[in-house]
Ligand binder design. Structure first.
Ligand SMILES: [Zn+2]
Ligand SMILES: [Zn+2]
Length: 163
C-alpha cells in the first residue's frame, strides 16, 4: 500500500521527464467543426504543392501541405461525416460531408497523409520546399527550393527549377 503523503507528493510534482517528452499535439477541424482531429509529433515534410490536381481540388492556386505518418493523425469527432474520393489510387481525398470543407489526403503509395496546413491553424507551419513547380500558376519568390516535380526519394526527378 502506498502512503497517502506519497500519493500527494506525486500528484503535485513538476512534469515528469515522460510528460516533458510527450510529443506536441495540434487540433484540427473542418470548416463547420463537425469533424475534429489531432495531429501529434512532427510531420515528415512540409511545403507547397503547385500541381494541377491540388489546384483543382482545393479551388486555390497552391496547396500548403504537411505530410504525416498515419499514426500521427487521430479523428476525435465526426468520423461518420468524412467523405472520401479518389480520382487516382495515389490520393484519397477526404472532406466533411456537412460543410464540404477539406480535411486531408492520404497517399497510400507513400503511407503518408497530407493534413492541409490550413485546417491546423495553430500548427507551426514551416515550409521547406515547393513541389510540382512546373505546373505553377502562382510563382512564389520566397527563396525556398523549387522542384520541377517531386523529390527523388518520393519517386520524382528531384530536379530543381529557377524561381
Ligand atoms: Zn464540416
Ligand atoms: Zn499537388
Amino acid at each position: 500500500m502506498v502512503p497517502d503523503d506519497k500519493l500527494h507528493a506525486h500528484a503535485s510534482a513538476a512534469p515528469t521527464p515522460a510528460a516533458k517528452n510527450t510529443p506536441p499535439t495540434w487540433q484540427g477541424a473542418c470548416f463547420c467543426g463537425t469533424v475534429r482531429f489531432t495531429v501529434t509529433g512532427e510531420p515528415e515534410a512540409m511545403g507547397y504543392c503547385h500541381c494541377d490536381s491540388c489546384r483543382h481540388w482545393s479551388a486555390g492556386p497552391v496547396n500548403a501541405f504537411t505530410l504525416w505518418k498515419p499514426g500521427a493523425l487521430e479523428v476525435t469527432q465526426g468520423a461518420e461525416s468524412i467523405g472520401t474520393f479518389h480520382k487516382t489510387p495515389r490520393s484519397e481525398r477526404s472532406w466533411c460531408r456537412n460543410c464540404g470543407g477539406h480535411l486531408f489526403t492520404h497517399h497510400p503509395h507513400w503511407n503518408l497523409t497530407d493534413v492541409y496546413a490550413a485546417v491546423i491553424p495553430d500548427f507551426p507551419f514551416r515550409p521547406a520546399v515547393h513541389v510540382n513547380y512546373h505546373e505553377t500558376r502562382l510563382p512564389m519568390r520566397d527563396g525556398l527550393p523549387k522542384l520541377h516535380d517531386l523529390p527523388a526519394e518520393m519517386g520524382g526527378s528531384g530536379a530543381s527549377v529557377p524561381e
